[in-house]
Design a protein around this ligand. Sequence first.
Ligand code: XIL
Length: 386
Amino acid sequence: MISSALRRQLCSDRSPRLATLAALSLTAMLAACGGDSPGPAAPVAKTCVEDPAQARCAPVTPPVDSGLRYYATKSGRYMGTSLDALFGGTAYNALVAKEFNMFTPGNVLKWDAVHPARTTYNFTKPDAMLAFAQANGMKMRGHTLAWVNQNPGWLTSGTWTADTLTQILKDHIATVVGHYRGTIYAWDVVNEAFNDGAAALRANVWSNVIGRPYIETAFRAARAADPATLLFYNDYNIETAGAKQDSVYNMIVDFKARGVPIDGVGLQAHFLVNADGTGAPSKAQLQATFQRFAALGIRIHVTELDVRVQTANTSSAAFAAQNQAYADIATACFSVTACEALIVWGVTDSESWIPGTFPGWGSALLFDGAMTKKTTYTAVKTGIGG
Ligand code: XIL
């Protein structure tokens, strides 16, 4: 038997434990790491696979069936989805627990949902999701603490001084992150702070009044509210080289130099393919991006992956390119140790945000509206080693 203190050290996601592990017998390792994310009902023996860069203790013995979760777990990674309106349905929940070992609430932790009036917080839905995560050995991510969209009217229509708004931001983060202290694996602390192209700050309720310091304030407040959760900056159009990627990269370099807490970068990865099959980044481009951020000593999560096609006019070239795009990002992520999570933005095409936000586009996910696996599913499965 090993002590509970040693078990905590061995199986936490963060503690360096290579030397300790090396000194343990296989039996002790099995016992020590039995609590890490198994399949939904998987009374299986597990052992630890060491990951020097991440210092993780990940299970390698298969759960009962071999969904995407199994292959991610085998690599010591996370395969995730966002959860929204379909969450709660019996068949849907079973599918989620079989295929994924991580999820992000798609909307219910955004400001308008969780903080609808200045002194009112509503945790009912995210609490139910957290209970689901805990019952099924999954990690839950938090999304998001400062963003341009889905803010409540009381916040966006108020007239604030920089000091008052900074205090509102700090109070929100202390309350929301504090509510989930010790339970949420990682937070998208700040979302989409930079404009496309030019290296300028995106105008939003925060930057308009507080200016750039709102970003740093949010990260410091999140760390104060939960010392253990991982703090991510999350954005889109930073998956390939360019001015926007440089803005994020330079911000992280600056944060690390000045001791502002940050643990990772989230690459949303909302990709598209055109009718002729062009449009998505190549595997080489993605790998270069993952390696660039990994060299900063941070973690990488692909946070909101979808690959949309034009629904009215979809050619076989487009579907082939869509499969290739999914395979490429899955392979590229799993080829870089620091890329520890691949999260699709929704389970089925019927719940995807794409048709509503990009009219004429759709079919962007891994399952169709009947929860049947698509060829994109097979592409991801192969890409992550299945
Ligand atoms: C989307 C949700 O999926 C939709 O349900 C909602 O109506 C709008 O927001 N970038 C993000 C996500 O960071 O929060 C967005 O989610 C998609 C784009």
